[in-house]
Design a protein around this ligand. Structure first.
Ligand code: ADP
Length: 219
């Protein structure tokens, strides 16, 4: 893990260091665009550090959970709305389909939101402009079933067992360029398991992916 972390930190730090040095040497000027790109690198670093902290606490089984009866219609509407601007800016159709009779779920609402956010941000980042992302929530066999589907590039079958591992990426440059820390799915898996649920993906290259997770309904 330390080798992975130092590798992940090296790129944004060397980009930032290079730009600052060039400014100090008067080779380049601090234009608004340049400062904005440096700010992006800092945001990426902050996200990486925050994700690492969540993951290390979760993997050590020390995640603090705050369970309560959670209204999934309200929670999912809020999460999906928060991605509307991002989807609109990429001309992506974003839909929420939630069963009318969905029961309240005894769960940690912040953690369920985070799982949905991680899956949604991936779907919107990896789908090409003009694509479609659908969030579907239903219940079956004592579980609530969450699905996030996209018509993006899909994931090859032999890669599927790896993508929930930390820092595993199919296309490193694309993941980084779109702001990915490489930890989103590893964190989602930990948070689902902290609810005694299951997470998996069904995918076909060239057609798209459907990430699913189930959380048991407890009364
Ligand atoms: P990242 O920050 O790189 O997105 P994740 O852990 O969230 O890290 O995802 C791991 C890898 O799984 C991604 O780099 C990407 O290659 C692949 N992936 C995740 N979601 C999708 C998706 N919806 N469509 C295609 N590939 C995906």
């Amino acid at each position: 893990l330390l080798a992975d972390v130092s590798h992940e930190l090296r790129t944004p730090l060397s980009i930032l260091g290079g730009k600052l040095e060039a400014m100090l040497d008067d080779v380049i000027q601090p234009t608004p665009d340049l400062v904005a790109s440096m700010h992006d690198e800092v945001l990426l670093l902050s996200r990486l550090v925050q994700d690492l902290q969540t993951l290390s606490v979760a993997e050590a089984g020390r995640l603090e959970m705050h369970f309560s009866q959670t209204d999934l219609t309200e929670l999912s509407s809020r999460v999906v709305s928060s991605f509307k601007n991002m989807a609109d800016s990429r001309n992506i159709l974003l839909q929420l389909q939630i069963d009318k009779d969905i029961p309240t779920l005894f769960a940690d609402p912040d953690r369920i939101s985070q799982i949905l956010r991680n899956l949604l941000s991936n779907a919107i980042r990896y789908v090409t402009s003009g694509g479609k992302v659908v969030v579907k929530i239903s219940s079956s066999d004592g579980n609530v079933v969450f699905e996030v589907s996209d018509n993006g590039p899909g994931i090859p079958n032999d890669e599927i067992p790896n993508i929930f591992e930390r820092f595993y990426r199919l296309e490193h440059s694309r993941s980084r360029a779109t702001g990915g820390s490489g930890l989103g799915l590893a964190i989602a898996k930990q948070l689902v398991e902290a609810h005694k649920g299951k997470i998996w993906v069904e995918s076909e290259v060239g057609k798209g992916s459907r990430f699913c997770f189930t959380i048991p309904i407890k009364s």
